[in-house]
Design a protein. Structure first.
Length: 469
């Protein structure tokens, strides 16, 4: 499916629904992730108590964010690192470019970082003549394909092995087999050389620990370890909410995160970066920079209704259970943060209820997302609240507003309502087969193109009520 952030949600969703290969790949993957998660949660026991504890930690941290950010910055500086508070994406890009220029960097290696996607870092680096190489396997695949991630945990979830083999074959100049060992061996061979020659390493941050000034990275491929230990300069970029007060709190969130994300008890690698390299050490960065990004988060922090969206620990569990995500795929959201949580935070981060506020409608409000969230964010309530806010701001389409106004009038006038129902019941007759409208005229065809519409019954509730009387 083509990535088209310029289209409206309705058109992006239509494109997604028509991409059968993508839908099959996603459905297979999210089914596996969801069942792994259910098993891991059951094995741990007391899952709801763990979730409650996670919620408490996130709530406390976000309510005292100014205190913990100051503590984090102080401890990073004490360990010899540099801290940059960056208000916008543009300023974040500029800080990274300045550091790279200061060190005359020609190539940077990156471990997976959604926040670097949020600030559009790669195009800025390339524009400045600096090669940016993604080292997470899925991110590397997407970089070759020229596509953005479609899931926050499994960025290339929409691709199958055959498509990946085709991409790798183009780079190799000869056919690469599509079995997993061949694909990973090929990526490893290419990326090893990049690790050894890169000037700067760039990472995201799963959680920064305020108590010690540590940056924690949770990965399965070991690429974050190479990214943080081989280049002489290391830059970590974090959203300002990605912080925990202490290692005890980190333990709770690291119990919830991998289980919710992939069903693992622990990811293969949990790296904690505490300080720059000692003089007698052979590896590790000599210079460390931590970028703490705002980019709309302060606005969310001030908003009593939506502050809790900052509790998110980016586990992706809400994507995996969302019936809408399964059908339309991640690119239909057109935001780096898709799925239910992306539908909430994208309009808020971008401060745009008009175009991006449409994402609040990419939900059936079934509440599966809220039930799956390890820190108990009531996502479906937030999506509904966002719809209210958008409607109050006057962004409801004219046709929808008119339709609901007419509906309200019919409800107020029993005779008019009855008449309208009678007319609709007669008018639908040419389209009804076995109690369903299978191919309706526009605008009903928007519905019947993908599913049947139940026909109005010949006898209304009012008729039956009168008969019973
Ligand atoms: S909202 Fe909850 S379930 Fe969704 S990614 Fe964030 S923490 Fe995970």
């Amino acid at each position: 499916m083509e990535h088209r952030p310029d289209l409206h949600l309705r058109d992006r969703a239509r494109n997604g629904v028509q991409d059968t290969q993508m839908r099959q790949a996603i459905q297979k993957a999210v089914d596996r992730l969801s069942s792994n998660k259910a098993k891991a949660a059951q094995e741990l026991g007391n899952w709801d108590a763990w979730r409650e504890q996670g919620k408490r930690i996130r709530k406390h941290t976000i309510e005292n964010l100014d205190y913990y950010l100051a503590q984090l910055a102080e401890n990073v500086r004490k360990s010899g690192g540099f801290v940059h508070f960056v208000p916008t994406a543009a300023e974040a890009r500029q800080v990274v470019l300045d550091i790279c220029k200061k060190h005359n960097a020609k190539m940077v290696i990156k471990s997976k970082s959604m926040v670097s996607e949020e600030i559009h870092l790669n195009p800025a680096l390339e524009h400045a003549g600096i090669e940016a190489v993604e080292t997470d396997l899925a991110e590397y695949i997407l970089q070759l394909a020229g596509e953005p991630p479609s899931h926050i945990i499994v960025p290339a979830i929409h691709k199958n092995r055959r498509q990946i083999a085709e991409l790798f074959s183009k780079v190799a100049g000869h056919p690469v087999e599509s079995d997993t060992p061949s694909l990973t061996a090929f990526a490893r061979k290419i990326l090893r050389k990049k690790f050894l020659t890169a000037d700067v390493g760039i990472t995201g941050c799963n959680f920064a620990v305020a108590q010690t000034g540590s940056v924690t990275l949770v990965t399965n491929e070991g690429n974050a370890r190479l990214t943080t230990s081989l280049p002489k300069v290391l830059i970590s970029i974090m959203g300002m909410e990605r912080i925990v007060p202490t290692f005890e709190d980190l333990e709770v969130l690291l119990t919830l995160l991998p289980r919710s994300a992939t069903g693992q008890k622990l990811t293969s690698y949990v790296s904690v970066i505490n300080k720059t390299r000692n003089v007698d050490e052979k590896d590790g960065a000599k210079e460390f920079h931590l970028l703490i990004l705002d980019n709309g988060r302060s606005r969310m922090l001030e908003d009593d209704e939506f502050r809790q969206a900052l509790h998110c620990i980016r586990c992706g569990a809400c994507f995996n259970v969302c019936p809408v995500y399964r059908q339309i795929g991640g690119h239909a959201y057109a935001s780096v943060y898709g799925g239910p949580i992306g539908s909430v935070i994208t309009p808020l981060l971008l401060n745009d209820l008009d175009f991006w506020g449409e994402l609040a409608y990419a939900s059936s409000l079934c509440a599966a997302c809220s039930s799956s969230c390890p820190v108990k964010i009531p996502l479906h309530d937030l999506l509904l609240a966002l719809r209210h806010r958008r409607a109050e701001a006057g962004y409801t389409p004219f046709l929808e507003k008119t339709a609901f106004n007419l509906w309200r009038r019919f409800f107020k006038l029993p005779a008019a309502y009855k008449f309208a129902m009678k007319m609709a019941s007669i008018g639908q007759k040419p389209f009804v087969t076995n109690g369903f409208i299978k191919a309706g005229p526009p605008p009903l065809s928007n519905w019947t193109n993908s599913r049947y519409f139940p026909a109005l019954p010949g006898e209304t509730f009012r008729d039956r009520w009168r008969e019973k009387q």
